[in-house]
Design a protein around this ligand. Structure first.
Ligand SMILES: C[S@@+](CC[C@H](N)C(=O)[O-])C[C@H]1O[C@@H](n2cnc3c(N)ncnc32)[C@H](O)[C@@H]1O
Length: 213
């Protein structure tokens, strides 16, 4: 809320920026996402500017004080080339001294092992209908990419709807190499959203505050 100009990279449905505006943010809010279906949900609101593009194509120059990437969107960057290009574009979009804050799951916690059909989970969809999700995940490949298949069951579909994606798991040491190469210095790091310190061997998340240097 304190940053005047904010870029949400991989903003999805724009929930964070819409909430920031609703809670009184009076500055520039901009959401970027390459998925038309996700961004289409965001764009029903005029709380922010909404831009359809992947991070690597961001063309702003020194226009933002804060860039965020939430909900582990960073894990959608599936190789070093894409990650380096995306980080470089985010760095260019930030003013000197601006910050990039993002989360990514720690490979040491092997979250993908809990994404099994034995552990389906249920929630209420936006229409108020019950929905169940059952997942299957591969082991990481040599790039750290886990393939996740999710099967969504709802009363209004004859059979489960399948959605698949890749999620890359990068450890903190490798992440830091990529950040430094793109012109960032790691300022702070947490292992969870309660603010606990990052433990490379045990933390579920790598939450990084990086300064544009
Ligand atoms: C798990 S969602 C998180 C959405 C949102 N940040 C949130 O926390 O609700 C991941 C998002 O990353 C987006 N994404 C995928 N590849 C991307 C890329 N190369 N650059 C930016 N965003 C990307 C997806 O379209 C998706 O909306």
């Amino acid at each position: 809320m304190a940053a005047k100009r904010v870029l949400d990279v991989g903003c999805g449905t724009g929930a964070i920026l819409r909430r920031a505006r609703a809670e009184g943010h009076g500055g520039r809010l901009c959401g970027l996402d390459p998925d038309p279906a996700m961004l289409g949900q965001a764009a029903v609101s005029d709380a922010a500017e909404w831009v359809l593009a992947p991070a690597a194509d961001a063309a702003w120059r020194g226009e933002f004080d804060l860039a965020i990437m939430s909900g582990n969107a960073f894990q959608c960057l599936l190789d070093d080339r894409t990650t380096a290009d995306s980080l470089a574009a985010v760095r260019r979009a930030l003013a000197d001294g601006g910050r990039f804050v993002f989360d990514t799951r720690n490979p040491a916690a092997a979250a993908w092992r809990s994404w099994t059909s034995e552990r389906p989970f249920a929630f209420t969809d936006p229409l108020g209908e019950p929905m169940e999700v059952s997942q299957r995940a591969s082991e990481p490949d040599e790039q750290g990419v886990v393939t996740v298949d999710a099967y969504f069951t709802a009363s209004y579909w004859d059979e489960p709807l399948k959605a698949s994606c890749g999620l890359r798991f990068v450890d903190a040491a490798h992440l830091d190499r990529l950040l430094h190469a793109a012109g960032f210095a790691v300022e702070d790091r947490f292992g969870a959203f309660d603010g606990r310190a990052f433990d490379p061997a045990a933390s579920g998340s790598i939450i990084t505050v990086a300064a544009a240097v």
